[in-house]
Unconditional design. Structure first.
Lengths: 479, 268, 250
């Protein structure tokens, strides 16, 4: 494996290689946020009245809310009136390949996400989202044969209103937090996925998010429902052009895992992180949460290397008896990046189990915090949690922080939390140097080894990608 | 025997005084302080008993090379803030035991290199008590060491809370810091809250923390009952065993602290 | 002394003991053997009163009393000792404190005065010699950090301290090297009198070289399917259980 790592490290291009911009005609609306803007977004998406009502209700609530300040983040003031809330590449209606602008196709090809089914990575179905709209969802027919619905959320609102009405906002209500409320008001696109009872999804489902237009915010909304006994593995990836301005990505992801169903949700987050001096980069404020019914199993895996600021806590509400929640995370920050990320495991059902493995890596002048909550409700007999939160520091100008909370209201709970903070030892580096590795390669190897437990949870193709990303993100961190 | 009775048997006549204990050492005793400000030079052995519902503030400055050995008992629902500033090569050892719904808030500042802080705390909370141990250890300079172990037992409707933070400043290289919090919940309505936090700005550090919440070990109870102990005896013995490594650090006074804890258990 | 009649026991929905019959008289040594999962350890646990198992039918009489009506500790105080296959670690509780409480509880049960500190220490010293137990172990926490051999010796030491009427030794030989096995087995033999009885549960004949049984029983699927004298153990060692099981299945 070491040789493979080395190979990967040798082959990487050390720049943020997704920083290009696609020159395409874009339909954008004016900057600013008001009820009229929300009506306009809803109209552009040809939404039914009930959806508009929900958006307006969320917007009115959002106006009463204050920005959260509890995270270990230094967030510059965001002018919410200076953001473009809708930007769509101009194209004819979603549909056949022929209708997609060749420029868009080229963009996704360049990102390694071919939109033609015959060229795609074996076993992957993709929903490609640029700015505020879904450009193309592949393999829909193949999936439909099994009764699986995989499409953009905009389309789902039009085509499957009953499912959307039932589940949208059921796990993350618009009242949940500031950014969730904002998202509920202005969300643009994202994926919708429904796996029927007892169906094992034959492909990996994935959504690729791309920000392209200048001055815009992206408000991803994703809803995944695994009905009784169903199984799905879902992945998301994200990139954005290199720009001096900060752009906002405020997403909400909701997952419903019905009785005995299983969902694996993996993220490789590689938004533009800003330059070496901390200029530019995406502000990534994300609310992700899943609800587990009896015997359900939800596993979050994330590799976070991008974004100027990350504020993200994929969580599990273990409502049903015998349900299981997992969170595996690698968060790497360099230069002036800031990350405050972790999870919440809320044990409500009996015999619920959860496991948290978090690996933070801080380099440069970055700040990297793990924040977690494990709560055991009064009726959650025999709840079990194990948490392991490790931090690795590279250089003496960065920070690594751990803010866990355990809250147990049931005397049969067994909860364990362990955390360590360390740096790469001189001995390890010396050993690698002696075997002929440069210090930079050695650090890359050691970091990949440190993150392996989490990366191993990703599907193979993503695991390779994640290893490369870690190495790229480390660039310039070893002096 | 209660700690206060014991100290009186050793000659304590007022709320403050000196006692020579079995170890031949002179211990300073303070009962129910409101405010303590003290600069410690050389060596100070101190026993503080909080025996009435009140608020207190204590402040200790340990000069270079000084050592403070403090045993603190919370026998009443009181709120105590204790700040300890340590200069180079100073050494501070605290054993803190609570048998009431007290709030003990310790802030340790390690301001001189090679200062060491060693904290051991245990509490048993019952009834409707809310017992809190808050411990912030600031590693402000390099080459200091801190090690803390806090053990809590919550029964009845009680809440046991631990708020821990190890802060390591950017210049505090070669910090060695450990913080551990272990808890046992024994009542169906008891609650445990624990926040063991790390905030670290230096890279050459060895820092770790751990927290556990659990219950009495059913296999151990079965084992003890098989040897003829009653269920109650087995439970009590296990809890006594659980807190024993805290009071162990209080030398001769440790046995008396153990008795304070045991008698609290009987009242649960 | 012990009379087990048609004992059935289960854990959850699963029946593990399916009608055990066994008579043990003072002075006797019984060995219970059988393949893995036959219910040997469950039988020991049920005799001791482990609450994980539910007795669904049958009776057990011990020293003239209905054993199944008694709490775990009262069974122990009456003189039933279980040597655990996996002795439990009890952090922070010293061996000395633990044993003192156990011995005095037994004395109280019999209407005797508790031992003074001096008497107790003498007893500890005398009994730890039986199994060559390092006296330092008695000042350590119960089983904590003990090696496998030390844990098993410690079980026999406690047996010596409590002087039971009936000792049930559950796989006491497992995980022991040959020296430790000899010490443990010799200890058990030394403690054996015409007044007390021992049930040895084991996989291997080698323990029975030291502790010579009067009866050997084979447990299979929760029942004693065959009983014999000590030669049966040798035959099982050589030929395994298959011939017996085949005979049973027919």
């Amino acid at each position: 494996m070491a040789e493979k790592d080395k190979e990967l490290l040798d082959n990487i291009d050390n720049e943020y290689k997704y920083g290009f911009t696609t020159d395409i005609e874009t339909d954008t609306i004016a900057r600013g946020l008001s009820e009229d803007v929300i009506r306009l977004i809803s109209a552009k998406k040809e939404e039914p009245e009930w959806m508009l009502e929900r958006r307006l209700k969320a917007f009115r609530h959002w106006q009463t809310m204050k920005l959260p300040t509890w995270a270990h983040l230094d967030i510059p003031e965001i002018d919410f009136q200076d953001i473009i809330y809708y930007a769509a590449p101009k194209q004819r209606k979603e549909g056949t390949m022929d209708d997609i602008d060749p420029e868009l196709k080229r963009t996704f090809d360049k990102l390694g996400i071919p939109l033609e089914e015959q060229l795609s990575l074996a076993g992957f179905a993709v929903d490609a989202v640029m700015d505020s709209v879904s450009v193309k969802t592949t393999f829909r027919e193949t999936l439909a044969e099994k009764g699986i619905i995989f499409c953009s959320i905009s389309e789902a609102i039009r085509e499957y209103p009953d499912l959307v009405k039932k589940y949208l906002g059921s796990v993350v209500p618009h009242t949940d937090n500031f950014y969730a409320a904002l998202n509920a008001a202005v969300f643009s696109d994202g994926s919708f996925c429904y796996i029927p009872k007892g169906v094992r999804c034959p492909m990996e489902l994935s959504t690729y998010f791309r920000i392209n237009a200048e001055g815009t915010g992206q408000f991803e909304r994703t809803l995944l429902v695994a009905d009784e006994g169903a199984y799905v593995s879902y992945l998301e990836g994200c990139t954005a052009p290199r720009r001096d301005e900060n752009q906002l990505h405020a997403a909400v992801v909701e997952i419903i895992v019905e009785k005995d169903a299983e969902v694996k949700y993996s993220t490789v987050q590689n938004w533009y992180p800003g330059d070496k001096d901390g200029k530019g980069g995406i502000y990534n404020f994300v609310t992700k949460r899943g609800l587990c019914r009896e015997g359900a199993h939800l596993s979050w895996t994330q590799v976070e290397t991008g974004s100027a600021i990350t504020w993200k806590y994929p969580s599990c509400v273990l409502l049903g008896d015998n349900s299981v929640g997992e969170f595996y995370s690698v968060a790497m920050t360099n230069n002036y990046q800031q990350a405050d990320t972790g999870t919440k495991m809320i044990h409500i059902g009996r015999n619920t189990r959860s496991r948290i493995v978090s690996k933070g890596i801080s380099a440069g002048r970055s700040q990297n915090a793990y924040r977690g909550l494990v709560r055991v409700a009064k009726g959650a007999d025999n709840a079990r949690n194990y948490s392991q939160c490790d931090s690795l520091l590279i250089g003496d100008k960065c920070g690594a922080h751990t803010f866990p909370e355990i809250d147990s209201h049931n005397p049969t709970a067994v909860l364990e939390h362990e955390a360590t903070t360390s740096k790469i030892s001189e001995e390890q580096l010396f050993y690698c140097n002696q075997r002929g590795l440069s210090t930079e390669d050695a650090v890359g190897l050691i970091v990949n080894g440190y993150a392996r437990e989490v990366i191993a949870k990703l599907p193979m193709e993503f695991a390779v990608e994640a290893q490369k990303l870690l190495a790229i993100s480390l660039e310039g961190s070893v002096g | 025997m209660k700690l206060l009775d014991y100290l009186q048997s050793r000659g304590l006549r007022a709320n403050t005084g000196m006692c020579t204990l079995g170890d031949g050492q002179a211990w300073e005793i303070i009962v129910n302080p409101r405010s303590v400000e003290r600069t410690v030079r050389g060596r100070l052995s101190l026993i503080v008993v909080h025996n009435q519902e009140d608020a207190a503030r204590m402040h200790f400055d340990l000069t270079a090379g000084a050592s403070l050995n403090m045993i603190e008992l919370f026998a009443a629902d009181c709120a105590v803030e204790c700040n300890i500033h340590q200069q180079a090569e100073s050494d501070c050892r605290v054993v803190s035991v609570s048998v009431a719904g007290s709030t003990a808030n310790y802030t340790i500042d390690l301001d001189g290199t090679q200062a060491a802080n060693h904290m051991r705390a245990a509490y048993i909370a019952g009834g409707k008590e809310h017992t809190t141990v808050a411990l912030r250890v600031n590693h402000n300079v390099s080459d200091c060491q801190s090690d803390s172990l806090v053990k809590g037992v919550a029964g009845g409707n009680a809440v046991g809370e631990f708020r821990g933070l190890v802060y390591v400043a950017q210049d505090a290289q070669r910090t060695d810091a450990r913080q551990t919090n272990r808890n046992i919940e024994i009542g169906a309505d008891a609650k445990i809250i624990t926040k063991p936090q790390l905030e670290i700005y230096a890279d050459d550090v060895k820092c770790s923390h751990g927290a556990t919440v659990g219950q009495l070990d059913g296999d151990a109870i079965m084992y003890m009952r098989q040897r003829g102990l009653s269920l109650e005896q087995a439970r009590r013995m296990q809890i006594e065993g659980f807190v024993s490594d805290i009071v162990l650090h209080a030398g001769e006074i440790g046995e008396i602290l153990a008795e304070e804890l045991t008698s609290k258990l009987e009242r649960l | 002394m012990l009379s087990v009649k048609n004992l059935h026991a289960s854990v959850g929905d699963k029946e593990i003991l399916r009608g055990i019959n066994l008579e043990v008289r003072p002075g006797e040594v019984h060995a219970i053997m059988g393949p893995n999962g036959s219910g040997k350890s469950t039988f020991a646990s049920v005799l001791a009163g482990n609450e994980k198992f539910t007795v669904t039918s049958g009776s057990v009489e011990f020293m003239g009393q209905n054993l199944l009506d008694l709490s775990i500790e009262d069974r122990a105080r009456m003189g039933l000792f279980l040597g655990f296959q996996y002795p439990v670690e009890i952090p922070g509780v010293t061996m000395a404190n633990f044993m003192k409480m156990a011995v005095n509880e037994q004395r109280k049960f019999r209407g005797e005065d508790p031992l003074t500190a001096g008497e107790f220490l003498r007893l500890m010293r005398e009994k730890s010699a039986v199994v060559e137990l390092d006296s330092k172990l008695t000042s350590r926490a119960v089983n904590e950090g003990f090696s496998g051999g030390e844990k098993k010796k410690n079980e026999i030491f406690q047996m010596a301290m409590l002087d039971p009427k009936l000792a049930v030794l559950d796989e006491t030989d497992s995980g022991l090297d040959i020296d430790a096995l000899r010490i443990v087995a010799t200890g058990v033999t030394k403690l054996h009198t015409s007044e007390n009885a021992t049930i040895v549960i084991t996989h291997y004949q080698r323990l029975l070289d030291y502790i010579v049984p009067d009866y050997v029983h084979v447990l299979y699927k929760g029942q004693i399917i065959y009983s014999g004298d000590k030669s049966l153990a040798l035959k099982l060692e050589k030929e395994g259980y298959d011939w017996l099981i085949n005979q049973q299945e027919k």
